[in-house]
Design a binder for this molecule. Structure first.
Ligand SMILES: [Zn+2]
Length: 433
């Protein structure tokens, strides 16, 4: 017979008796309220952290969440999971909220609910390399570092320079930022902005063309299939703005190729501050092996129609990339069961040019890597387009030895002008300069 352990003896004491005993012994009336979510004896937050006022999520792209203060006065943020339809998958990874507190005060913030399920498997979207951005005005952001606590909580400290502070995972790019960009460029003779359809909630989906519709080569970029991943929007903005500067090199580039861009595929998710899925719980970077359901996934349905219309007009897309953020930043070369020789050869050239002309150093997926149903596979198999997912490390840029920022992603976009030029030049009959 096993000796009775102390633990076993303790477990026989009813919890209410144990808590009652502790409460009586310590004289602390708030004890029970320290249990997360217990509202039987509400506590005024001012007792726990008198400098804390509120978490504001009333603005564009703010993340759905609820919060409470713990017994140490730390702000416990509970992010709402973003759920996929008919799937175990769930995602958190976007945070964007405004802390209101006394100027000069310091606060510890704990983010909860980071137990994601990705491709049916558990996955934590943060690590000790995860950064956090803070800003007083939502425009100029600085980076702070974070720490992991208990595997699934992210902890960081902030200091209030004013009475409010915007806090986000990566530097936000909102629908209003895209509208500013579109207004800047819409009258330019080398720009065409065309609505191709609308999202679940009726927001317009536009294709922005920069360059001539008669250019011999066409490259396509999609941004923001996943709302938490704004890096692609900064790259797209850098590419567009730099291509429209007057210079002889831009003239040379745009005599060879035009860029076609769907800048923000999941606009509804961006507006709602979601992490991954559209408003019907569909992942816009999955199920590309078959036509998209127009009711559940109009964002992909209209894009497929557009790809087909380009083929029907005799102006097919030659290369397509889907811009994402993750924790590693590689080019995802997915390998479906088809003859891949020509595709892999082009991908090798693309990667070499990215390493040569941009700050990109992260490399590509090798071996037999596959991620079925992604847009890269779907466009390659169904439309014969050289297509792939281009990830951007959300936290760190190895080639610059800097944290990520809108400015650094903007730079990548401007550097990619030359990558596209040399990529297509090698395949053209135009004499090499
Ligand atoms: Zn993504």
């Amino acid at each position: 017979m096993k000796p009775k352990s102390k633990t076993r003896w303790n477990s026989k004491i009813p919890t209410w008796l144990f808590l009652g005993f502790l409460q009586a012994a310590s004289g602390l009336d708030v004890l029970e309220n320290r249990l997360i979510g217990d509202v039987s004896k509400p506590v005024n937050p001012a007792e726990l952290n008198p400098n804390f006022h509120y978490i504001d999520t009333s603005f564009e792209n703010a993340s759905p969440l609820w919060y409470e203060l713990d017994e140490r006065g730390r702000i416990q943020i509970h992010l709402n999971y973003d759920l996929e339809r008919e799937s175990p998958n769930r995602a958190n990874g976007h945070w964007h909220f405004k802390l209101q507190a006394t100027p000069g005060s310091k606060h510890t913030i704990v983010l909860n609910n980071l137990n994601n399920v990705w491709n049916g498997k558990p996955g934590v979207p943060v690590s000790n390399r995860t950064i956090c951005k803070v800003s007083e005005d939502g425009r100029v952001w600085r980076t702070i570092e974070t720490e992991i606590e208990h595997l699934d909580q992210l902890v960081f400290e902030v200091e209030m320079r004013q009475s409010h502070l915007y806090i986000a995972h990566v530097e936000p790019y909102r629908i209003s930022d895209l509208e500013i960009l579109k207004n800047q460029i819409t009258d330019h003779p080398l720009v065409d902005i065309r609505e191709i359809g609308s999202t679940v909630q009726g927001r317009s989906l536009e294709i922005i063309r920069v360059g001539k519709d008669t250019a011999p080569y066409r490259v396509f970029l999609r941004g923001r299939a996943h709302p938490w991943e704004p890096g692609g929007n900064w790259v797209i903005q850098g590419l567009i703005q730099s291509l429209l500067e007057e210079s002889s090199e831009n003239q040379t580039y745009l005599n060879l190729y035009a860029v076609y861009i769907l800048p923000m595929a999941n606009k509804d998710g961006v507006a709602a501050g979601k992490t991954r899925f559209n408003m019907m719980g569909k992942d816009l970077n999955r199920n590309w092996d078959k036509p998209a359901d127009p009711a559940l996934c109009p964002e992909n349905h209209y894009l497929e129609k557009w790809f087909q219309s380009m083929i029907d007009q005799g102006t097919p897309i030659h290369m397509a990339m889907d811009l994402h953020n993750d924790q590693s930043g590689r080019i995802h070369v997915s390998r479906p069961n088809i003859d891949l020789d020509a595709y892999l050869d082009r991908m090798k050239r693309y990667e070499a040019l990215m390493r040569k002309h941009t700050w990109f150093t992260e490399g590509s997926t090798g071996g037999s890597f596959r991620n079925p149903g992604t847009i890269g596979e779907g466009l390659l198999e169904r439309y014969g387009i050289t297509a792939f997912v281009q990830e951007l490390n959300a936290n760190w840029i190895e080639g610059l030895q800097q944290h990520t920022s809108g400015k650094n992603w903007h730079l990548l976009g401007s550097q990619m002008r030359r990558v596209f030029f040399e990529f297509f030049l090698a395949e053209s009959n135009i004499p090499k300069p």
